[in-house]
Design a protein around this ligand. Structure first.
Ligand code: PLP
Length: 369
């Protein structure tokens, strides 16, 4: 009697569904809605990037190489020795996949600092890891990193510690000294710097990779560079680590067009600076505009999104999202936590969208001036 197909799946992948972002599906189905939910950049790619895309679209019949030129450029920007310190991928999500595969066997543990981005859990679970959630501390209307709790969560099964800096969805940075303490454990320490360009590379922990070969820095072009749909991300680490982790790369994993468009984006420093200036001005605008609603907590952000907790107003995040949708805005919901179901998040949109968002929130809380 032939065995059933279910008996052939590796046990820990059974029942794992396809990852679907309902809000992104909705946004593509209804393009008239305002996409203020996925930490995308509201600005289209710069002329220089578009020109590179078109130039290399004409060579899309050719296989790419393993990215020697763009990796050299990334190394230069980050003051590293060379392309041997850089691995590139189809978005940083793919780079997480490559890195996680190299360290995790079923039964191993991955520590993540919650609330956080979903990819650590998605990859960890697929590889059979047990996720160990270490919650941030919610105190005095702030979400604080808890490096001591991260260290306490370490066991001899811990194979990866993942910390985003700044964190998504909270928007803040952890103090530099705590990165050193965690790096000292020797455990593979993945620092996700998806949004670091908004505060500047001066806030990056990339310098640590010269001393600690267990530190791996993750970056993406999806945020400040504004190329989420292009899919380009990278890891920075010591040469021997990049050598080993690159063993998990699929041949030609980054296509000819995104690879050369990424190079153009790195060279277009003014394009990046404009996007960062725009974003940071708008973060300030929204933060200040919503600071006067009683019971409404606005978390200071160094990224392209802002987290809110309206639990103390008596309203829920779900109610805010439903009302915003009637105004054409898609915002991002957050699960109930710390005894509040008032959490939600907005992504910085265009100038017009940000004003519509502020008006919508004021109207909802009956504070419209
Ligand atoms: C903290 C964090 N890391 C990584 C990513 C993934 O980015 P990519 O588009 O490069 O896969 C995101 C996307 O929202 C994110 O918020």
């Amino acid at each position: 009697m032939a065995k059933k197909i279910e008996e052939y799946y590796v046990p820990w992948v059974k029942g794992i569904p396809m990852y679907i972002s309902d809000h992104i599906e909705l946004a593509w189905r209804k393009p008239e809605l305002h996409r203020m939910m996925s930490n995308e950049n509201p600005n289209a790619p710069s002329q220089k990037v578009l020109e590179a895309m078109i130039k290399y679209a004409k060579m899309a019949n050719r296989y790419p190489d393993q990215g020697l030129v763009v990796r050299t450029k990334i190394a230069e920007i980050n003051k590293l020795d060379g392309p041997q310190n850089v691995m590139i991928g189809n978005g940083s999500s793919e780079v997480f996949d490559n890195v996680f595969r190299m360290f995790i066997s079923p039964g191993d543990e991955v520590i993540q600092h919650t609330p956080c981005f979903a990819i650590y859990q998605l990859r960890g679970t697929l590889l059979g890891a047990k996720m160990v959630n270490v919650p941030m501390i919610y105190k005095d209307k702030k979400m604080l990193y808890d490096p001591d709790a991260i260290l306490k969560a370490v066991t001899d099964k811990t194979k990866i510690i993942a910390v985003a800096n700044p964190n998504n969805p909270t928007g803040n940075f952890m103090d530099a000294k705590h990165f050193i303490t965690i790096a000292e454990t020797g455990i593979p320490f993945v620092i996700d710097e998806a949004y670091v360009e908004y505060a500047g590379l001066g806030m990056s922990q990339v310098g640590l990779i010269k001393k600690y070969n267990n530190v791996i820095i993750m970056r993406t072009l999806s945020k400040a560079y504004g190329l989420a749909g292009m899919r380009f991300g990278y890891a920075l680490a010591a040469k021997e680590v990049i050598d080993q982790v690159s063993g998990s790369l699929l041949p030609w994993n980054v296509g000819t067009i995104p690879m050369w468009a990424a190079l153009a984006a790195f060279e277009d420093t003014e394009g990046l600076a404009e996007r960062v200036r725009f974003n940071n001005t708008e973060v300030d605008f929204i933060t200040e505009s919503l600071s006067d609603i009683p019971g409404f907590v606005v978390f200071p952000s160094k990224s392209n999104y802002i987290l809110f907790d309206c639990g103390a107003t008596g309203k829920t995040g779900k109610e805010v999202l439903a009302f915003a949708l009637t105004k054409g805005l898609i915002l991002r919901g957050e699960s109930k936590k710390y005894g509040s179901d008032g959490w939600f998040r907005v992504t910085i949109g265009t100038k017009e969208e940000n004003r519509l968002f502020v008006d919508t929130i004021h109207e909802f809380f009956r504070m419209k001036k």
